[in-house]
Design a binder for this molecule. Sequence first.
Ligand code: PLP
Length: 404
Amino acid sequence: MFQVNQHYLELDESYLFSTIARKVEQFSTSHPGADIIRLGIGDVTLPLSPAVISALHRSVDEMGEKEHFRGYGPEQGYAFLREAIAETDFKNRGIDISPSEIFVSDGSKSDTGNIGDILGERNVVAITDPVYPVYLDTTLMRIGKTDKIRLLRCSEENGFLPEVPAVRADVVYLCYPNNPTGTVMSREQLKRWVDWALENESLILFDAAYEAFIRDESIPHSIYEIEGAKRCAIEFRSFSKSAGFTGLRCSYTVVPHELKVVTADGSKVSLHYLWNRRQSTKFNGTPYIIQRAAEAVYTAQGQQEMQQMIDSYMQNAALIRQGLSESGYTFFGGEHSPYIWLKCPDGLDSWQFFDRLLERCHIVGTPGIGFGAAGEGYFRLTAFNSAERTAEAIGRIAQLSSTR
Ligand code: PLP
C-alpha cells in the first residue's frame, strides 16, 4: 500500500485561528449587536493604491491585444520588475544586488516554506520561539520531529531577540522586523549573526517581509547591508504588507551568486543555481499583470502612495502604543512594525486575556501561545484596522484598565 509523508501526521493541529473564529462566533451569537473590533488580523485593510490599480488596468488590456499578449513568462520574473527591485530596494540604499540574484514569486509564505527543498536533511535548524509558524511547520513537514530542530527562546529578558547559538546550528530562520513580537534587530545585533554564520559556515534565512515599516534609518532594511552577508544569507521580501498585495500575491527572494556550499564530494555548489533549478522545475512564474502591478510600486507615484499607507498603519501602531502605555501595560514592538506584543496583565495566560478582552471590551486579538510555547502570557495586537476603530479599541482598553 502507498504511504503518506508520516511527518505530516506528527504536526500539531493548527487550532489558533479556528479557535479564535469559534470563540468570536459564540460571543456574537450570545451578544447580538456587540460592536466587535478586530485587532488580531495580520491582513491589510487599505485598498490598493491608484498607481497599482492603473498598472493592473493597463496590463489587463494588454493581455487582450494580439501584439501584447503574454503567455508563460520567465520563472524568475520579468526583467522589468527585477531591475526595478534591484535599483530601488538595493542600489539606492548602497547595496550591491543584481537583478539576476532576484527571484520573483507569488508570496513569501511559499518561498520561506519551499526553501527547504534545496537544503539537506541532516542540517540542524534553529528557529525562534515565538515564531511565524510557517518556518517551523514546513521544517517539521520535511524532517519530522527530531532533535535537529533547535528552538531559540525569545523572552522579555533578551528583549525578544535570540542569542547566537552556543551549540551547532546549520540553518537559522530570522525575521526582522519580527512577526509576532514587532521587535527589530540593530545593525550590531545583525552583524553578530552574520559573523557567526560565516564563522560556522551556517546559512541565515532572513525574512524581511516587514522592512518597509522601519522608521529609523539606523536599523537595517536588508541583511545585505551587513558585510559578508552575501556569502551566508538568503533574503525574502514581500509586497503583501508594504503595498497591500495580500490578495494579489507577489514577493521576491534574493539568492546571491556568492552564496556557496560544499557538497558531499567536496566540490562547491551555488545556492543560486539550486534555487533556480528548483523554481524553474516547480514554479511557472508570477502572473504578468501582477508583476506589472508590483513594478508600479517602484514609480515615484507608487512609492509615495505606499509610504502613505504605511504611515497610516504606523499612526495606528503609535495610538496603540500610547494607549497601552497610559493603561500601564508592558509591551514591545509597534515602532518599526505593525505588530504590538503585550504582556498579559494580572498574571493571565494568553487565552484568558483573549477571553477578557473579547468579553469586556469586544476586542479580538491573537494569543501569543499560538506562535509557540514562549509566547504564553503574551498577546499580539495589529495596526491594520482603521484609525477610528483603533482609537475606539484603545479607549475601551483604557476603560477596562481603570475598572480592574
Ligand atoms: N513572512 C512573515 C513574517 C509574515 O508575517 C507573512 C504573512 O503574514 C509572510 C511572510 C507571508 O507573506 P506573503 O503574503 O508574501 O506570503
